[in-house]
Ligand binder design. Structure first.
Ligand SMILES: Cc1cc2nc3c(=O)[nH]c(=O)nc-3n(C[C@H](O)[C@H](O)[C@H](O)COP(=O)(O)O)c2cc1C
Length: 340
């Protein structure tokens, strides 16, 4: 079983993460993990904080000269920004502040936002880059693209940049949608035998656990609701690579909707929990959109689920043990799938 844990606050000294159950013999090329962290950090629409953050990391355990040993991987990422927000009894709308303050019985929203912050997704990206590398060595390719920014589709880098600049200048923020595809995924990953073994459910949990992700679709997704049974000929394309909780050998397609970043430069109307007075919640330097960074995080979070499902199906403690099993399975299932 592949499992992971993260710890650390947004402005604490470090983020920490552990990935357990990862096989031995996976070579992490120099710069691989740093490149993935950079993709997240420098994604379009991010705030000035990202210029400060360097995402310097240390791999404390589980690697021997860049090759995984099968032992738990332990990673630390340094936070460059250490300016902890001052105590505040004003929960910011659209954030974890209010339910978190009620849950942990505190009048200090800063305690909640420190851990609820999407800074945590840097560690998920770091841990997920091991899964991405394993999948890659098994010839599985993951890609993501932003398909909608604040309602604008058919984006180019230039039109996205222009839209972001317009929003930033207006002190506003944007949501959007992204799509993730995995190609060459072996058929039969996941299971219909029990709800928590359905791969679609696991992928949904992985995507919806990313801060700000509010919608999730597989393949045809919500559009399937309007489809007639007679259109069943289209089902293979619309299934998005998953049927009955299992991969079916086709490309896996996931889509997510990300809400507009709730933190506004000018603040938002909020109610102080001590005085019950209405005030503007603290103004902050926020990202203009999280959709581009969230797409990168999602590639990694989904890669962890795919790698976990591969390890469950094929087992093995090393890549050397796993890879021939995957090859043999592809040959066997390919004989059928190619004829369909
Ligand atoms: C990579 C990333 C960066 C984000 N940056 C910000 C930000 O700068 N300001 C903000 O208000 N929300 C930001 N968000 C979104 C919030 O973290 C998120 O909306 C908030 O934690 C509430 O959680 P929920 O929307 O999942 O309920 C970001 C999300 C992600 C994935």
């Amino acid at each position: 079983m592949l499992r992971y844990l993260t710890a650390g606050e947004s402005h604490g000294e470090y983020l920490a993460g552990i990935l357990e159950g990862f096989p031995a013999g996976v070579k992490m090329p120099a710069g691989y993990l740093a490149a993935q962290l950079n993709r997240r950090r420098t994604a379009a629409g991010r705030s000035a904080r990202q210029a400060l953050e360097k995402d310097e990391f240390k791999i404390l355990a589980g690697l021997d000269r860049d090759i995984t040993t099968g032992a738990p991987l332990a990673i630390l990422i340094k936070n460059a920004s250490r300016k902890v927000p001052p105590p505040s009894s004003l929960p910011r709308p659209g954030h974890a502040d209010l339910p978190g303050m009620l849950k942990y019985d505190t009048m200090n929203a800063a305690l909640i936002r420190e851990r609820a912050s999407a800074r945590e997704t840097a560690m998920r990206t770091a841990l997920g880059s091991f899964a991405m590398r394993l999948n890659e060595l098994l010839d599985i390719e993951v890609n993501s693209r932003v398909t909608n920014l604040g309602g604008l589709c058919g984006l180019t880098a230039a039109s996205a940049a222009q839209e972001l600049l317009r929003a930033r200048n207006a002190g506003d923020t944007l949501g959007g949608e992204f799509e993730i595809t995995f190609s060459n995924v072996p058929a039969g990953l996941g299971s219909f035998e029990h709800p928590d073994r359905r791969l679609g459910a696991r992928l949904a949990a992985a995507m919806l656990s990313i801060n700000g992700v509010k919608g999730f679709e597989i393949g045809g997704g919500f559009a399937l609701a309007a489809m007639r049974g007679r259109d069943a000929a289209g089902w293979p394309e619309l299934s998005g690579g998953l049927d009955g909780g299992m991969t079916n050998g086709r490309e896996l397609t996931l889509r997510c909707a990300v809400k507009a970043v709730p933190g506004l430069r000018a603040g938002s109307p909020a109610t102080d929990l001590r005085t019950f007075r209405k005030k503007l919640s603290v103004s902050e330097t926020s990202d203009t959109t999280a959709v581009f960074a969230a797409a990168v995080v999602a590639e990694h979070a989904a890669s962890l689920e795919i790698a976990g499902a591969l390890l469950e199906k094929f087992g093995g403690d090393s890549l050397g043990e796993l890879a021939p099993r995957v090859d043999a399975w592809r040959k066997k299932t390919g004989k059928i799938l190619r004829k369909l």
